[in-house]
Design a protein around this ligand. Structure first.
Ligand code: NAD
Length: 250
């Protein structure tokens, strides 16, 4: 059901534009949410907004780009707060520039946060889900993966990796009662949108392309996330669900 009391969610990028609403939605449904981020000011904002929810939100400053430290950080979090039932791999960086202004190091830095850190989250947390016979992993991809955007190749590649990992992990973890799905957001008015030089023109472009003629809200993502974390989606795994107001239809 949509009652997540007794469930623990680990959410990367929990202080982000989508992350805050995801965290609050799960906490409103009774979950304990552990939000990881490096933007401590927004983390504090999240904690103040979580007061009065039926569940609980905890904030942990964890820099996902520090891959060597990450296994220890995740072990510490599980020791402190108990096992994680629902892993939401949501953090991302999205530098945008023409192809000839990226280096291989820039490319690898994007993969480190968007992909490698989330591989580590899976490696650290899925064995506990297997031991308990229930788990949910939700990767946040992007409709940019379908090819409609330029100047973002490291980011688009990272989202392709997450779609591939979603399928591979779903195949291997399904026998243990763990489902793995991805959400591909369309265009949501968060910081991610500030990469566009002309925000008003971009907003018009978005509404032209969407079938639904309103801007998406982070609550739209949070609702889909809760569906994929609940038992209503218990027979769905390995899928990437576009949450984009009917922009991309594949
Ligand atoms: P956002 O930038 O507001 O949130 C991302 C969060 O990740 C930030 O709070 C940031 O501090 C955190 N983060 C970045 N690097 C980190 C690191 N090294 N360690 C820990 N945390 C780190 O963007 P958002 O729109 O909330 O994006 C959330 C997810 O949705 C991302 O995966 C993004 O690619 C995806 N997405 C967003 C849109 C959109 O329109 N907003 C569209 C498609 C996909």
């Amino acid at each position: 059901s949509m009652d997540f009391s007794g469930r623990t969610v680990l959410l990367t990028g929990g202080a982000g534009g989508l992350g805050i609403d995801i965290a609050l939605a799960f906490a409103d449904a009774g979950a304990r949410v552990i939000a990881l981020d490096i933007r401590d000011d927004r983390g504090a904002d999240l904690l103040s907004r979580a007061v009065g929810t039926t569940g609980e939100v905890l904030y942990e400053h964890v820099d996902l780009s520090q891959l060597d430290a990450l296994p220890g950080e995740l072990d510490r979090i599980v020791s402190a707060h108990g096992p994680v039932d629902i892993l939401i791999n949501n953090a991302a960086i999205y530098p945008a520039r023409p192809f000839d202004e990226y280096t291989v190091e820039d490319y690898r830095a994007v993969q480190a946060v968007n992909v490698d850190a989330h591989v580590q989250c899976m490696l650290s947390l899925a064995p506990g889900m297997r031991a308990r016979g229930w788990g949910r992993i939700i990767n946040v991809a992007s409709i940019t993966f379908y090819g409609g955007w330029d100047k973002l190749f490291p980011y688009v590649a990272s989202k392709g990796a997450l779609v591939g990992l979603t399928r591979a992990w779903a195949r291997e973890l399904g026998p243990f009662g763990i489902t793995v799905n991805a959400i591909a957001p369309g265009a949501f008015p968060t910081d991610a949108e500030k990469i566009h030089p002309d925000p008003e023109g971009y907003a018009r472009f978005v509404l032209e392309h969407q079938s639904l003629k309103r801007r998406g809200s982070p609550r739209d993502i949070a609702g889909t996330m809760m569906f994929l974390a609940s038992d209503y989606s218990a027979f769905i795994t390995g899928q990437t669900l576009n949450v984009d107001g009917g922009w991309v239809m594949k």
